[in-house]
Design a protein around this ligand. Structure first.
Ligand code: PAF
Length: 282
């Protein structure tokens, strides 16, 4: 496994790989890797000849400076994990490499970013769009892999690829969960024992709501019950619990079994912001 730091280094490597007609897969990450990230690497290895993992905590996608400062980092452990998983290259650029100057450009994803994460984290998707575009331009992969846990991010990136004609296939990999259902996330490392216990409310609510909807309970009733439940749980503060069209991310007012929809939740547990989602009908 080779670690590189700049686009220039990669250009040379890439030329050699293309001479061999190799298909290149990119797994963009912000490090603090867990099994969910390794699933992306595994999928890339199954689909591509060469897998590049990027590790970069992207400052422009954090709307909250404290969240950025506290984002977990564990580069040495990450490199060990990636080596064991069989990644071929790891790109760990500096902030100066990715942002030689403060970016002047803003990306607006329209209705897609007016709801949920876009509404609660203003500027977040502009930062994601910028960094993913930069990675796509520098690495020029054939395929890029993203986790379904960040469902709205996947929709934003698919839009980015469409609108800017990136010749890159986007593959989505299912959410990896702990045995008790908590979606794996780098942020889980910051949960203390009490918050870890309370964090289960997210997946429990999603699972319960899905079952109720499929059994015919109205969305309004389901949403009200979940909201009440969160209010009654000390140390957990719900930001949103919504039913959305899985691809459009339009907020739905009622459940329609014939329309692809997903439940999405965000909550602060202790001081850690967690998100999760569950497709209701695929
Ligand atoms: O999902 C993430 O870890 C980040 O948003 C991404 C796609 C690596 C961009 O910084």
């Amino acid at each position: 496994m080779q670690v590189f730091y700049t686009g220039a280094e990669w250009s040379e490597i890439r030329l050699r790989l293309l001479q061999k007609n190799f298909r290149i897969g990119l797994v963009p990450t912000m490090g603090a890797l867990h099994q969910g990230h390794l699933d992306l690497v595994k999928r890339s290895k199954e689909n591509c000849d060469v897998t590049v993992v990027s590790i970069f905590v992207n400052p422009t996608q954090f709307n909250n400076p404290e969240d950025f400062a506290k984002y977990p980092q564990s580069l040495n452990d990450d490199l060990d994990l990636l080596k064991t998983e069989g990644a071929d290259y790891v790109f760990t650029p500096s902030v100066e490499t990715m942002y030689p100057q403060k970016s002047q450009m803003t990306l607006d994803f329209g209705p897609l970013e007016r709801v949920l994460e876009g509404a609660f984290r203003p500027g977040h998707f502009n930062g994601v769009g910028l960094i993913v575009s930069k990675l796509f331009h520098l690495i020029q992969p054939h395929v890029a892999f993203f986790g379904q846990k960040d469902l709205q991010q996947v929709a934003i990136i698919k839009r980015l690829v469409l609108d800017l004609s990136f010749p890159i296939e986007i593959q989505t990999v299912p959410t990896r969960r702990e045995n008790d259902g908590l979606a794996m996330s780098s942020r889980n490392r910051r949960l203390d024992a009490v918050s870890r216990e309370k964090s289960l409310l997210l997946f429990q609510s999603l699972s319960w709501a899905k079952e109720e909807l499929l059994n015919g309970t109205s969305w309004l009733e389901v949403q009200q019950k979940v909201n009440r439940n969160f209010k009654q749980t000390e140390g957990v503060s719900l930001e949103y619990f919504e039913l959305v069209g899985t691809e459009s991310f339009e907020i739905l007012k009622a459940f329609d079994p014939n329309q692809k929809s997903s439940l999405c939740v965000a909550a602060e547990v202790g001081k850690v912001r967690l998100i999760d989602n569950l497709p209701v009908n695929a």
